[in-house]
Design a protein. Sequence first.
Lengths: 420, 420
Amino acid sequence: MAPTNALYAQSGGVTSVINASACGVLQTARRHPDKIGKVYAGRNGIVRVLAEDLIDTSLESDADIAALEHTPSATFGSCRYKLGSILEHRAQYERMIDVFRAHDIGFFFYNGGGDSQDTAHKISQMGAALDYPMVSIGIPKTIDNDLPVTDCSPGFGSAAKYLATSLREAAFDVAAMSRTSSKVFALEVMGRHAGWMTAACALAAEREGDAPHILLLPEVVFDEGRFLAKVTEVLERHGYCVIALSEGLKQANGEFLAASGSEDAFGHKQLGGVAPLITSLISAKIGCKCHWAVPDLLQRSARHIASETDVRQAYAVGRAAVEFALAGRSAVMPAIRRLSDAPYRWDIVEAPLSEVANQEKLLPLEFISADGFGITEAARRYLAPLIVGESYPPFKNGLPDYVKLQNAAAPKRLTRAFAV
Amino acid sequence: MAPTNALYAQSGGVTSVINASACGVLQTARRHPDKIGKVYAGRNGIVRVLAEDLIDTSLESDADIAALEHTPSATFGSCRYKLGSILEHRAQYERMIDVFRAHDIGFFFYNGGGDSQDTAHKISQMGAALDYPMVSIGIPKTIDNDLPVTDCSPGFGSAAKYLATSLREAAFDVAAMSRTSSKVFALEVMGRHAGWMTAACALAAEREGDAPHILLLPEVVFDEGRFLAKVTEVLERHGYCVIALSEGLKQANGEFLAASGSEDAFGHKQLGGVAPLITSLISAKIGCKCHWAVPDLLQRSARHIASETDVRQAYAVGRAAVEFALAGRSAVMPAIRRLSDAPYRWDIVEAPLSEVANQEKLLPLEFISADGFGITEAARRYLAPLIVGESYPPFKNGLPDYVKLQNAAAPKRLTRAFAV
């Protein structure tokens, strides 16, 4: 019997190491030609699979596949798209089965966050419901680190390392300039609901008094009076104040601070930008010059300063996904299990997709300091090992040498088009 | 005769390699104990010298001085402060001479941009005017690359490498997400008047069609209609659009775009932020989702991704400053002279401070493409070698291991205080 083919797709906001997971999947599959035929990739995630827009990865060289390990972003394209329930969107799932059947796809790997694990779960159920035998495995990925069951999520460690490094560097800057120029610096961090990334900025501090002096976590309601008092106290004590704040900062009424109605010079509603808001507040109420930064996409694609630990884990979950599939497992996700903090040891275990999908793991209360403006020693023990190790990409002409795959389309086999 | 002492100070916005210049000064001075006694450092630039607030660098270990080579920001503190003319502010200069005389300072080294070269120049004139024999040497530094005479300015190459790397990484991100999410990304770059840093972003592109697709340089007046037409064209052609824009973007009336009156939710005048402005414009007029980033201080302190070429040049101008001083030269600045583009070769020559002070070197017209949205091949030939080579700092616990000096105060010898 000929080996069945596989389909791999990437989903949601990209990270600097999701391609390392792709590398793990593709290299492992290539080592089992007796069991896995071609690996197709979905162009731009699941949404284009419905359009039968598949990439034939067998046309990519081993060298290019290896280069994925050090290339950020989603090489096959990603999407923000959630499949509906099987009951209500049966036509969509029937179409999916048509595509799978036409290309003899027996293995499905979906690499993403909580929503994507939900999609992988639904597709595993689809096989049974529509009488098409197949294996569906989720692969974890999110800079937000908000997936349950797994100890951490690939993508987080590298974003955390980028943020803590950048904050440490900027803090040196503010400290040097504070006497005659800016005394406050605010760094805005991604993460709408979970404060993991903002918390990771605290790793920049080694000693008492080091920056960041204040964290504004999305788990803690923003209180203007308490915050300004804290800034004043830090300024008096250290002469400068460095703040890491979450883009998802909320007011007491539950509304995002960023959505609270600012307008720009063109008269348009201003999109995002909590850091400028917070520093304006400080300038007006305390009266000192401030700087702010919003690194935005830079923090989730900074492969040049990736965590080696993170890169290894990203590769490992990709490899494990294929191994799980070959062992006949389905509806599971490789999860990272922590065995010890120091020395840091971890392995890969199996997590049922039913337990992973649609859950959001917030920063636990015991990780947040009593005043809400920092993290605890327990949080530091958890976070510290995830940023350890450097994993530099190769450089050419002074810049990281990232690969772009050919991404050639596999010939379509279905005659009917499908409107998503 | 006992050797005379030296005073070194850092000025203006910091860079990721100004401490490499400090390292060049201090290591070279330590090799000439017969001619140079102690090297004092001004705490926070020239402004605290007037207060006789000097740091005794002889108390720092050789290892810590060596670590300055890989430590960003100004280790002795910096300032934004310009000395007045000798005629009008004679008391200030007399005080300076008092401090110099009290500490037997015969060599003055001032490390900064155009304003700082002016200060170094005035201090060289002060010696003659007030009958105090001394040597004053300027040392170039600015991420803006706007100093004249020198082919490039230490600090620029590393900021350029950071920006081109970050833009390339973010562009991979946008390309992957553009099908179902953001199609436009705008990166805001420092540089109020000169477009060197924004131009450097263009190095991220290797092939036709690569990002950045549009540069908005401060040398080119912003034209809303032409810009939106260009964005539309890029989106139709590539499916996504990456823009690098200068914080100093100007309207036809000469006003900064950033200062054009936006207010935030607290009702305060919004400080800076041209990227959010430009992306709001695109969202409103073209109607697609946009992302924007303002790395701000991160770009001038990102020592983790410094250019090796830049680090070497920063060190070389520091070393040359001391060598010039020992050769009896004064009122000069070590300048970088380009001998060839490829292979890139350079040496250090002497530039008179009178020619360097208070000049601003803008991007020449022949470096700007005909449509104003890009750079020419000549610009690329100039820029390319400046970002070449990596010079990673050591890492500890996953983060760059930067040094903080003790910065112990030298005992004061003057009885009279001085109000700046």
